[in-house]
Design a protein around this ligand. Structure first.
Ligand SMILES: [Zn+2]
Length: 412
């Protein structure tokens, strides 16, 4: 991609996004403050705000006195009811769909099992049904929806709108899901990988709000990641950056389906944690899980192991803590490579044991990265939790609408 100059219409669009971004990130902000924060002239800010008020996207919300001067200033906020966005998370096990207002606040969220066999046509039909149900329950007419953001397991080809042979989805080989879903729902569709979507959700309404540089670890069926660098989502050359799950932890470890060896994902995925727990239980190690395991090993699944760890079971705790230490090692590498200010941990795969993962990563990034003498990196559990990917899907739409995208300026 060449680095091109820019032209005035694009600058106008960019400045509008910069102003919207300021209003969205602040809990009430004035025109003067926007001008101060962005370096735009007061006249430019006024002009953009006037148009946003006319369009109903922004509203004036009372006034306050500027400290020291006593001058009144009008507070600007996003008008949450001016429109909405739909998020859809496609997981091999479950579909989740949410409709959010313009502030990213979920109005209705529904989940449904992914059709067995995961045949692409059946899945797209089930997705469209679910979108219809969610919009009906939220009483949001389709013409008020800005778009639909689909968070899908990677790898994806964003240029062609295809899902490219994701692991655990046998029938999904270059499926043009973006176009199919758009035809089935009548909505414009934005496609991104689930971890990137979740990271954008965190930037929009979660732990990463207003943070310039952060890395997001996504714990789902696998381990994904997202990177926000200098307020921009870092996608990389093939749009598949931040695959933290396929970073080597053990050079001589087991071979991974990705082609690499000793990957984080192969060591700490739900399947790995279940296998290790079953192995230890088979050795007659005492645990609250011993009796359920004796009756039916299938009941000792990932959720049961996390719940046992959360209730203080030593065996489950030990296995989860070992997984968390592997995650911590990769977090240290991520900090060394990218110099992020914050690590966010989220996704349904760490539900009930968030504090164990946060504690392990906090201890590691406080003691191991080279930059620790300059500042300590924050670590936070995702406030969106298990909903990060689906809320992130909706945030893809809001992000595309609001957020200043340098790339939009630099390309033709
Ligand atoms: Zn791998």
């Amino acid at each position: 991609m060449r680095q091109a100059g820019t032209n005035l219409p694009k600058v106008g669009r960019y400045n509008r996004a910069v102003v919207l971004d300021q209003i969205q990130l602040a809990d009430g902000v004035s025109r003067t403050e926007i001008a101060q924060h962005t370096g735009l002239t007061p006249q430019t800010v006024s002009g953009i705000v006037r148009r946003l008020l006319d369009e109903g996207i922004v509203r004036e919300d009372g006034s306050s006195r500027v400290a020291g001067t006593g001058k009144p200033r009008t507070t600007l906020r996003i008008n949450p009811d001016a429109g909405s966005a739909v998020g859809l998370h496609f997981d091999p096990v479950e579909l989740a769909c949410v409709v959010v207002d313009l502030l990213g606040k979920p109005l209705v969220l529904k989940r449904r099992p992914t059709p067995p066999g995961a045949d692409p046509a059946a899945v797209v039909e089930a997705m469209a049904d679910l979108v219809g149900d969610v919009l009906a329950e939220a009483k949001v007419p389709r013409d008020r929806v800005l778009g639909l953001g689909l968070a899908s397991p990677g790898p994806i080809d964003q240029y062609s709108g295809m899902v490219v042979t994701p692991p655990k989805l046998a029938h999904w080989t270059r499926v043009p899901v973006k176009q199919q879903l758009s035809e089935a729902t009548g909505l414009p569709v934005t496609l991104d990988n689930d971890a990137t979507a979740a990271a954008i959700g965190e930037r929009w309404s979660g732990a990463g709000k207003g943070v310039a540089n952060f890395a997001y670890f996504f714990f789902g069926t696998g381990i994904g990641g997202g990177l926000v660098l200098n307020h921009q989502v870092h996608r990389g050359g093939s749009l598949n950056a931040a695959e933290f799950g396929h970073t080597t932890v053990l050079p001589d470890g087991p071979e991974c389906y990705c082609g690499n060896r000793g990957c984080l994902e192969i060591l700490v995925s739900p399947a790995a944690i279940i296998a290790e727990t079953h192995r230890r239980l088979g050795e007659q190690v005492g645990s609250v899980l011993s009796e359920p395991f004796r009756r039916d090993p299938a009941t000792v699944d990932h959720a049961a192991i996390r719940l046992a760890a959360a209730s203080g079971d030593p065996l489950a705790g030990e296995i989860i803590d070992a997984a968390a230490r592997h995650v911590a090692s990769i977090a240290v590498s991520v900090v060394n490579i990218t110099d992020v200010d914050l690590i966010v941990l989220g996704g349904h795969g760490i539900r009930h044991v968030e504090t164990r993962y946060v504690d392990a990563v906090t201890a590691a990034v406080a003691s191991r990265p080279l930059s620790r003498h300059i500042r300590v990196v924050d670590v936070a559990p995702s406030p969106l939790g298990a909903d990060a990917a689906v809320v992130g899907g909706a945030s893809l739409v809001l992000h595309a609408t609001y957020s200043p995208q340098l790339s939009a300026l630099l390309t033709d």
